[in-house]
Design a protein around this ligand. Structure first.
Ligand SMILES: Cc1cc2nc3c(=O)[nH]c(=O)nc-3n(C[C@H](O)[C@H](O)[C@H](O)COP(=O)(O)OP(=O)(O)OC[C@H]3O[C@@H](n4cnc5c(N)ncnc54)[C@H](O)[C@@H]3O)c2cc1C
Length: 487
C-alpha cells in the first residue's frame, strides 16, 4: 500500500503529516510581518511541534486504544466516535481527558474540541434540513472528510462589536461583521471579520458558525450562515496577537515554550465558499437554535470539562509541590488554601462524572452527556480558574520573582545560585525550575492569557449565566416554597 493509500484508509495522521499540511500559502500576520511558514516561524513553530507530537501519540500503543477507535477496519480519533451508549460517552470522556493531560490543560484547543462539534452536527444533520435539504449531506460529507483525514479545526463564532447597544439586541453591523455579499452558482461570497480563532494558524480548516450564545435577530439574514473552509482559502487572513513564545528554553519558560496556541482575528476578503461547504444559510432563527438543538454545545462542553479537570488537577499538584519545597505544607493556613483548590478540582471531577453517568439518548439516537453538570462547570470554571491562579500567587509570593535563568546555573553566578536559592526540600536548580513553572502559570504573559481564555472562550459570563438560569428546572423548587407558605 502506498503512503497516500495508507493515509486514505487510516483516519489518523502522524505529526509529520500534520506539519506538512500546514506548509501552504496561508495568509498569517504577526507582529508587523507576514508569516512565511508557521512550522518554522519562531513564535509559532514550537506550538505546532507540540501538537505534532500529540498527533504521533495516536500511533503509540500506550495511548492508541484510548484516543482512537476502529470502525469498519479503519482507525479514527475517538472524538469522532458517535456515542451509542453511556459506555461510549465515558470512552469519549476518557479520550478527551487523556489528550488534556498531555499539556495539563494548557493547550486547551486540541483538535478533539472541534471534532466533538462536527460529530454532533453530523449525527443530527436532519436538523439542517429545516434550512435546505442538501445541507444534511453537506454536513455528513464534511464529517467524513474531517474524520478520514484527521483534520485540525479552529472555529470563529463571534462578530466584532461595532456598537454595543446594537449588539445587545442581536444586530450586527456590516462595517465590521462577516456577511454574505454575493451568491453565485459556485457558492456564497463573504466579506468582513470574525473574532477570534484560537489555533487559527495551526489549523487545517476553519468552521465559521453562528455563536453558541449570542443570538442574531430576525433581520440578520446576510449574517446568518454556517460554513467551513480551509485556512488557506484565498481571501482568508489571520491577524495574530503577539506571541508568548519568546524562544526561551523549556527550563526558563516551561509552558510558553511548548503550548503557544495562537489566537487570531480572522478577516474574510470576498471569500468564495463552495455550496458543498455551506450548512446553514439565511435563517437567523435556525442559526440561533443550532448548537442547542443538535446538542453540539453539550458535546463541546464534555470535551471542555475533561480538559478543565486535567488543568485543575495540575494546579493542585503545583500548589502542593510549592508548599512542600519549603515545608509550608505543615502549616494549617497553607493547607486550607490548597484545600480550596482541591475542592475546585473535585467539583469539576463530579461534574464530569454525573454528566457521563446520566448520559441519555437524544432524538437522533446519539447518547448525550447530561447538560446541567456540564453547564454548571462552564459557568463556574471561568470563576474558579482566576481564583486558582490567585492562590498560586498568594502561596508563591516573592518566590515567583526569585527565578534566575537556566544560564545562571552554570555561569559566574552558579555558586551564589546553588547556595542562596535552595530550600529545605529542594536544591536550587529544582526550586528554580518549580517556581519558573509557577511563574509561567500565574505571572507571565502566557499565564495571563490562560486566565483571559478561561474567562471568555465560551462567551461572556453574564450571558452564559442567564441561559443557565433559563434552562434550570425551577418549578419544583418554587412549588416547595409555595407549599410551605400555604401551611
Ligand atoms: C483567549 C481567547 C480565546 C478565544 N477563542 C475563541 C475561538 O477560538 N473562537 C471564537 O469564536 N471565539 C473565541 N473567543 C471569543 C469569545 O467567544 C468572546 O471573547 C466572548 O464571546 C466575549 O465576546 P467579546 O470578546 O466580543 O466581548 P464583549 O461582548 O465585548 O463582552 C465583554 C463584556 O461585556 C459585557 N457584555 C457583553 N454582552 C453583553 C450583553 N448582551 N449584555 C450585557 N453585558 C454584556 C460582559 O460583561 C462581558 O464580560 C476567545 C476569547 C479569548 C479571550
Amino acid at each position: 500500500m502506498s503512503v497516500a493509500e495508507s493515509r486514505l484508509h487510516n483516519g489518523i495522521r502522524n505529526g509529520a503529516q500534520y506539519l506538512e499540511g500546514l506548509r501552504d500559502d496561508r495568509d498569517v500576520w504577526m507582529q508587523g510581518e507576514k508569516v512565511k511558514d508557521v512550522t518554522s516561524h519562531p513564535g509559532l513553530c514550537r506550538g505546532a511541534e507540540t501538537l505534532a507530537r500529540f498527533m504521533d501519540r495516536q500511533f503509540d500503543p500506550k495511548y492508541q486504544d484510548r484516543v482512537t477507535y476502529e470502525d469498519n477496519g479503519h482507525r479514527y480519533a475517538t472524538s469522532h466516535m458517535v456515542p451509542r451508549s453511556v459506555e461510549d460517552v465515558i470512552r469519549r470522556g476518557d479520550a478527551f481527558y487523556e489528550w488534556a493531560t498531555w499539556s495539563n490543560g494548557m493547550f486547551g484547543r486540541t483538535p478533539d474540541y472541534k471534532n466533538a462539534s462536527v460529530m454532533a452536527f453530523a449525527a443530527s444533520a436532519e436538523f439542517l434540513a429545516e434550512g435546505r435539504p442538501e445541507f444534511v449531506d453537506n454536513m455528513r460529507n464534511y464529517y467524513q472528510f474531517v474524520r478520514n483525514n484527521d483534520q485540525v479545526l479552529t472555529h470563529t463564532l463571534i462578530n466584532p462589536t461595532y456598537n454595543f447597544a446594537q449588539a445587545k439586541e442581536g444586530k450586527y453591523d456590516a462595517k465590521v461583521a462577516l456577511e454574505v455579499v454575493k451568491e453565485t452558482d459556485a457558492g456564497i461570497v463573504v466579506n468582513g471579520a470574525r473574532l477570534l480563532a484560537t489555533l487559527g494558524p495551526h489549523a487545517d480548516e476553519i468552521e465559521v458558525f453562528p455563536s453558541t450564545l449570542l443570538k442574531g435577530s430576525a433581520e440578520n439574514i446576510p449574517f446568518a450562515f454556517a460554513f467551513a473552509i480551509p485556512i488557506s482559502t484565498k481571501g482568508v487572513r489571520l491577524i495574530c496577537r503577539d506571541t508568548y513564545d519568546h524562544g526561551k528554553s523549556t527550563f526558563d519558560a516551561p509552558l510558553a515554550s511548548r503550548y503557544e496556541e495562537m489566537d487570531s482575528v480572522v478577516i474574510f476578503e470576498n471569500v468564495l465558499v463552495p455550496w458543498e461547504r455551506v450548512f446553514m444559510y439565511r435563517e437567523p432563527l435556525l442559526c440561533n437554535r443550532a448548537f442547542a438543538d443538535t446538542n453540539a454545545v453539550i458535546h463541546m462542553m464534555h470535551q471542555v470539562v475533561c480538559g478543565k479537570l486535567a488543568k485543575a488537577e495540575f494546579i493542585v499538584g503545583l500548589l502542593c509541590a510549592m508548599a512542600k519545597a519549603t515545608g509550608k505544607d505543615k502549616d494549617m493556613n497553607v493547607k486550607g488554601m490548597i484545600a480550596e483548590a482541591m475542592w475546585m478540582a473535585e467539583s469539576v471531577r463530579a461534574f464530569r462524572f454525573q454528566a457521563e453517568a446520566l448520559a441519555a439518548e437524544d432524538q437522533y439516537g446519539t447518547f448525550v452527556p447530561q447538560r446541567r453538570p456540564l453547564d454548571t462547570s462552564r459557568n463556574t470554571f471561568p470563576k474558579m480558574y482566576p481564583r486558582l491562579i490567585e492562590i498560586v500567587q498568594l502561596l508563591g509570593s516573592s518566590s515567583l520573582m526569585a527565578t534566575p535563568a537556566e544560564a545562571d546555573l552554570t555561569n559566574d553566578l552558579a555558586d551564589d545560585v546553588a547556595k542562596y536559592f535552595q530550600t529545605v526540600n529542594l536544591n536550587s536548580e529544582d526550586r528554580i525550575a518549580l517556581f519558573r513553572l509557577a511563574h509561567d502559570v500565574a505571572v507571565s504573559g502566557f499565564g495571563n492569557r490562560q486566565v483571559l481564555y478561561e474567562r471568555f472562550f465560551f462567551g461572556p459570563q453574564n450571558i452564559m449565566a442567564s441561559i443557565y438560569y433559563d434552562l434550570y428546572n425551577k418549578d419544583d423548587m418554587i412549588a416547595r416554597v409555595e407549599e410551605l407558605l400555604k401551611r
